[in-house]
Ligand binder design. Structure first.
Ligand code: IPE
Ligand code: IPE
Ligand code: MG
Length: 234
């Protein structure tokens, strides 16, 4: 199947708004956190597939600055799942050359979770097969705001687009070529606002816990058929 894809048209950076966990659980009569749990399996499948297709950058929107509006039970459940994920994957990611980075303000998270995040980032720092960015307590507006404040605190009087771009949480990570939001919702929900100026967008109906390699391949085909013009003429 991969042979049919125009390989040179594969995205370098895929960013995913993982949506539909709650609906997936509700459709089976289960509490919402079961959907988040299954969502972790979809994250693992997607990481495997991106390694297989040699996509170098993958970003997951895991928790938004607005997700604090949910019940404490749901928020704590999501933190528990992230904690387990980081604990069980630490060695495995290192062995497979997967570098973990985060974007967003994790200082609002439980202390131990901040520690697990710091550990996995330090352990996988020199990995270079695939960079996985976890967007946690992330908001596009908060990102632009912290970038501007960072520049102000350096004493910068006049900023360039490049200054803003490199001061964002994403730093030197290339901008996403392809943003996928599952579950059929067609909105950005305060994701990488500045960074996705020229991203291709794709909104498959599949709920995130059901997302698998087949869905990713379909998405890659869609991407490879797009004609990116960046305001110019082809
Ligand atoms: C996405 O699934 C996961 C997070 C936002 C953490 P949702 O929990 O938003 O699922 P739906 O949209 O309610 O189905
Ligand atoms: C976006 O999904 C945030 C994440 C996937 C982490 P939401 O489910 O929170 O977005 P809205 O509320 O439908 O816009
Ligand atoms: Mg949702």
């Amino acid at each position: 199947m991969l042979r049919k894809l125009k390989l040179k048209n594969l995205p370098k950076h895929i960013a995913i708004i993982m949506d539909g966990n709650g609906r997936w659980a509700q459709s089976q009569g289960l509490p919402r956190n079961f959907g988040h749990k299954e969502g972790i399996s979809a994250v693992e499948r997607t990481i495997d597939a991106c390694l297989k297709y040699k996509i170098p950058y993958l970003t997951f929107f895991a928790f938004s600055t607005e997700n604090w509006k949910r019940s404490k039970q749901e928020v704590d459940g999501i933190f528990d799942l992230i904690r387990d994920f980081l604990k069980t994957k630490r060695l495995d990611f290192k062995e497979r050359g997967i570098k973990i980075v985060t974007i967003g303000d994790d200082s609002a998270f439980p202390q131990d979770l901040q520690g697990y995040l710091a550990n996995i980032k330090a352990d996988t720092e020199n990995c270079d097969n695939l960079t996985v960015t976890l967007a946690i307590n992330y908001g596009g507006r908060a990102d632009i705001t912290q970038a501007v404040n960072k520049l102000i605190s350096k004493g910068v009087k006049k900023v360039s687009e490049e200054d803003i771009l490199t001061s964002l949480y994403t730093g030197k990570t290339p901008e996403p070529d392809f943003v996928i939001r599952t579950s059929g919702e067609q909105r950005i929900s305060n994701f990488l606002l500045y960074q996705m100026a020229y991203s291709e967008l794709y909104f498959p109906k599949v709920l995130w816990p059901d997302f698998n390699e087949r869905h990713l391949l379909k998405a890659l085909k869609v991407f490879s058929s797009r004609n990116r013009r960046y305001g110019g003429i082809k």
